[in-house]
Design a protein around this ligand. Structure first.
Ligand code: BGC
Length: 601
């Protein structure tokens, strides 16, 4: 942070009224705030929640919206200071909310590449596709170290091993932020801290670990990210030994800000303070006093402003705390050069041709290739040759929505090819290079015929989900237990399923594999999923088996490797479970995993 930025922060801060300062601390969702309110309430930031898009979700719609917010924030008069708004979005695997974006593999797939250079390039492309929409800030990368694949957000985690996450975190931040000039966006590392360590893998649950374990496993990846200059950190929904991170002064102020020397902006997660107390008035003070600087609010931002003003007049929130928060917000904006940038429509990357371009998609395709992990290959069935007669089957074979997973166009993702514009499904990728490939008529593989087909590729796995809706659990016992440990409330969503055994979760997959294998056509199974699952039956019924994770829009990358244009190089960044009921995590698994961490043929 340059001396110049420091001086400018202080000069501005001196001029600001309490209302102007509190306004900067608010980040409201675009659907509940218009440009006039941004000006009238001196709002610091606006965001898009998952799937929240202006107009027809085109680049122009985005830039126009950002222009209007920016113009409102930049008016200067007796009542208002010109402080540019900063707009945030979840560009967590490419600029995934926006139509036609290049969609990269989710983090779990990137974990398998073990390629930090590639990660930095992906971040650079993502930054440009975010800038194309006039947006300045992405809530990425997620630095969770997922320890239980029942967690619905396992795919947001690079690895169960903090060393892999550490090898990426600084590089990804550098790739996003660049030199904080024209080509970068503000990064936000999340979720501080322990999000991947909750008991039973419950989203927003309780991470019950010693401080040493919290530090070594869950905090470690933040150190390189902060070292690389990450300008923001998002606080996590989870609790640590019963205490919510959103109210945790020790974790937020003492450790993150003081000990690790983080000088940027600490932002709450989506309504994250709401779960601290039944009283929103009390929750406001608890969150601010814990050290959170900016508050992501879905609706009640006006109540937040009123409550915080009241706390300052009563002395229950100190003026120094408000100044610390605003100083950090201004520092983020100034360090990013936001005050010098022209209106979004006039910025270099706005509506730029490179958005969704072939060049960008090539980087994603390379990432897909490198993320594939070959788990079984009997008789060296793979790679296939392009002149083979290949039957393609399975519910995820021709489904760009499914292969992208959650956080794609909609919060929970989409189904079918329609909403993911551009790119190729896995089937489309195979068809493009293997002229003898055919699609099973109804996808079920029942039409397999050894006289017609030399081999089959069956694409199986999960359907899209995000956050708590991806959790796996049997009954409510674990949630009730976790809830009873936490001070505050736990938001519970309907889970994805009740088992980690794929043949119970998605019996149709094994049916497709066996329908084909029983006809003596050898099967290459490609599993599209946000996590490893117990797949002994599917593995045994297949001749070859590939973990493809959530590859994103470029299904061509899968064909590149299955058909021999590129080798398999991916290695598991999560151990692969042998039986249900074991977390399947590095060092924790009871008994042997089916495939250990680092495995990959
Ligand atoms: C998620 C965050 C995300 C935020 C904004 C929350 O529900 O936990 O990861 O950045 O929503 O969409």
């Amino acid at each position: 942070m340059s001396a110049d930025v420091g001086t400018r922060v202080e000069t501005l801060l001196e001029k600001m009224t309490l209302a102007q300062k509190i306004g900067q601390m608010v980040q409201a969702e675009r659907q509940v705030i218009g440009p006039e309110e941004v000006k009238a309430w001196h709002i610091g930031s606006v965001l898009s929640g998952g799937g929240s898009c202006p107009g027809e979700n085109t680049l122009r719609d985005w830039v126009e919206m950002n222009d209007a917010y920016w113009a409102a924030s930049m008016q200067e008069d007796d009542e208002h200071l010109a402080i540019p708004i900063i707009y945030g979005i979840d560009a967590v695997h490419g600029n995934n909310n926006v139509r036609g974006a290049t969609v990269f593999p989710h983090n779990i797939g990137l974990g398998a590449t073990r390629d930090p250079d590639l990660l930095e390039r992906i971040a650079g492309v993502t930054a440009k596709e975010v800038l194309a929409t006039g947006v300045d800030w992405t809530f990425a990368p997620t630095l969770a170290v997922a320890r239980d694949y029942r967690w619905g957000r396992t795919y947001e985690s690079y690895s169960e091993d903090p060393a892999v996450v550490c090898s990426y975190s600084g590089r990804f931040v550098r790739g996003l932020q660049g030199d904080l000039g024209t080509d970068g966006v503000v990064a936000c590392v999340k979720h501080w801290v322990g999000d991947g360590g909750t008991q039973y893998g419950i989203e927003q649950g309780d991470t019950r670990v010693s401080e040493a374990e919290l530090r070594d496993r869950h905090m470690a990846p933040y150190v390189p990210a902060i070292g690389a200059g990450a300008l923001s950190v998002m606080v996590s929904f989870n609790s640590w030994n019963g205490d919510k991170c959103h109210g945790h002064k020790y974790l937020v102020t003492d450790v993150l800000k003081r000990e690790l020397g983080f000088l940027g902006c600490v932002i709450s997660d989506w309504d994250g303070i709401d779960y601290l107390s039944d009283s929103y008035f009390e929750a406001t003070a608890l969150g601010v006093n814990a050290g959170i600087d900016m508050f992501m609010i879905s609706e009640q931002w006006k109540s937040f402003v009123e409550h915080l003003s009241a706390h300052v007049s009563r002395g229950t929130v100190a003026m120094e705390r408000i100044d610390d928060a605003v100083r950090r917000i201004l520092r983020m904006k100034l360090a990013f050069g936001l005050f010098e940038k022209p209106r979004p429509a006039e910025r270099y990357w706005s509506v730029h041709d490179s958005y969704g371009s072939r060049e960008h998609r090539e980087v994603a395709r390379e990432a897909v290739r490198k993320s594939l992990v070959l788990l079984k290959n009997e008789g060296a069935l793979l790679p296939l040759s392009k002149d083979q007669r290949i039957l393609v089957a399975g519910k995820n074979a021709d489904n760009r929505g499914h292969q992208c997973g959650g956080f794609t166009v909609a919060w929970q993702g989409t189904s079918g090819n329609e909403f993911v514009e551009g790119g190729t499904s896995i089937w489309e990728g195979i068809r493009a290079v293997a002229p003898g490939a055919v699609m099973s008529s109804d996808g079920s593989g029942k039409d397999a015929d050894p006289d017609l087909h030399d081999v089959a590729i069956v694409v199986i796995g999960e359907k899209p989900y995000a956050e708590g809706m991806g959790d796996l659990r049997t009954g409510d016992d674990d949630v009730v237990k976790a809830g009873s440990q936490i001070h505050g409330s736990l938001k519970v969503l309907e889970p994805y399923g009740g088992t980690t055994v794929l043949s119970e979760l998605h019996p149709e997959d094994l049916e497709t594999i066996t329908a084909i294998a029983s006809k003596e056509v050898p099967v290459v199974t490609v599993m599209v999923s946000g996590r490893p699952l117990v797949t002994n039956l599917e593995l045994d019924a297949s001749t070859a088996f590939v973990a493809a994770w959530l590859p994103g829009s470029e299904g061509q990358g899968v064909a590149d490797v299955l058909l021999g244009d590129h080798p398999f190089t991916g290695r598991l960044s999560f151990s692969w479970p042998q039986r249900p009921g074991t977390p399947g995590s590095l060092g924790d698994a009871e008994g042997e995993p089916r495939f250990p961490f680092g495995y990959g043929l």
